[in-house]
Design a protein around this ligand. Structure first.
Ligand code: ADP
Length: 291
């Protein structure tokens, strides 16, 4: 998938195993019910976005942590199989991050996330810092300790590495972090919550669900793409597919990257699951060509 012009991306973030249980009805406190299906699906915003960037053709290194359990091994394999370099993936004692998801017959869900190993991504090593400085882009989210995100972003900012932040899930962030961000990728909710902070970011990309996406640059440059008409099956992970695809093509300029990412995001809604529905370069190119 590598091409000579493909950027090198370091994704610093979370990796989880999603434990998805389907049931007609959720149990009341103290009650036991029989479920209808169970699946384990690799997830975590960091891993999903890393997989999306790799499938879009970027050279991606994932910086995060798995536990020393069986889920950890599976998660590392899932990243490698998607073409993500796992040489910076840490294996720590204890449990991998998990999300327990219960989906009932009406489609309502309950989710419990346990950070596990994701909470242990602290104190970046010299090797990790060097990888960040060497990369074209550093991409972060907010599912690992914020101090680590801040340290990585500052280091990248001192080097020539573009700092991309998907500030999700929404949390109060230090002003120092915003000062180091070159590119922010936000959905409608995040765009509202961080409106004051986003005003100081050089490049802001807003995802607008079915309405596509919009770019606003610091010198007043604006660009938008309309949403693609697709048969939506499951919108989970569309934002991650969009974000990974965007950073993988960012070096081609905002209009090209926006169009590419919007296509990746739309395709991701046409299949079930998050990491499993992320389209590859060939699928995105074919859909762009057909449109
Ligand atoms: P998030 O999932 O993070 O809330 P969005 O809902 O804005 O983010 O979706 C991210 C991107 O995925 C959108 O910018 C768009 O490109 C694509 N997308 C999401 N929902 C749809 C949809 N219903 N139809 C077409 N494209 C969609």
């Amino acid at each position: 998938m590598d091409r000579p012009d493909s950027p090198t991306v370091v994704v610093l973030g979370s990796v989880n195993m999603d434990l998805v249980t389907s049931t007609a009805r959720r149990p009341a406190p103290g009650e036991t019910v029989l479920g209808t299906a169970f699946a384990t699906v690799p997830g975590g915003k960091g891993a999903n976005q890393a997989i999306a960037a790799a499938r879009s053709g970027a050279r991606v290194r994932f910086l995060g942590a798995i536990g020393d359990d069986a889920f950890g091994t599976e998660l590392a394999v899932a990243l490698s199989e998607a073409g993500v370099d796992t040489s910076l993936l840490r294996r720590v004692d204890g449990a991998s991050g998990i999300a327990t998801i219960v989906v009932d017959g009406t489609g309502e869900n309950n989710i419990i996330v346990v950070a596990g190993a994701n909470g242990r991504v602290t104190e970046l090593t010299n090797t990790e810092l060097a990888a960040i400085a060497d990369a074209d882009i550093l991409l972060c989210q907010l599912e690992i300790p914020i101090d680590t995100v801040l340290a990585a972003a500052r280091h990248a900012h001192k080097s020539a590495t573009v700092v991309a932040l998907n500030p999700s899930p929404v949390a109060p962030l230090p002003a120092d972090l915003w000062a180091a961000v070159d590119l922010a990728i936000v959905n409608s909710l995040e765009s509202e919550q961080y409106s004051a902070e986003l005003a100081q970011v050089a490049h802001v990309v807003r995802t607008l669900g079915r309405d596509g996406a919009a770019y606003l640059g610091e010198v007043g440059a604006e660009h938008s793409v309309a949403g693609l008409a697709v048969d939506v099956v499951d919108t989970t992970g569309a934002g991650d597919a969009f974000t990974g695809a965007l950073v993988a093509t960012w070096n081609q300029g905002a209009p090209t990257a926006l169009k590419w990412a919007n296509t990746a995001g739309a395709l991701a809604t046409t299949a079930l699951g998050a990491s499993s529905s992320i389209p590859c370069r060939r699928q995105i190119a074919a859909a762009l060509h057909a449109g």
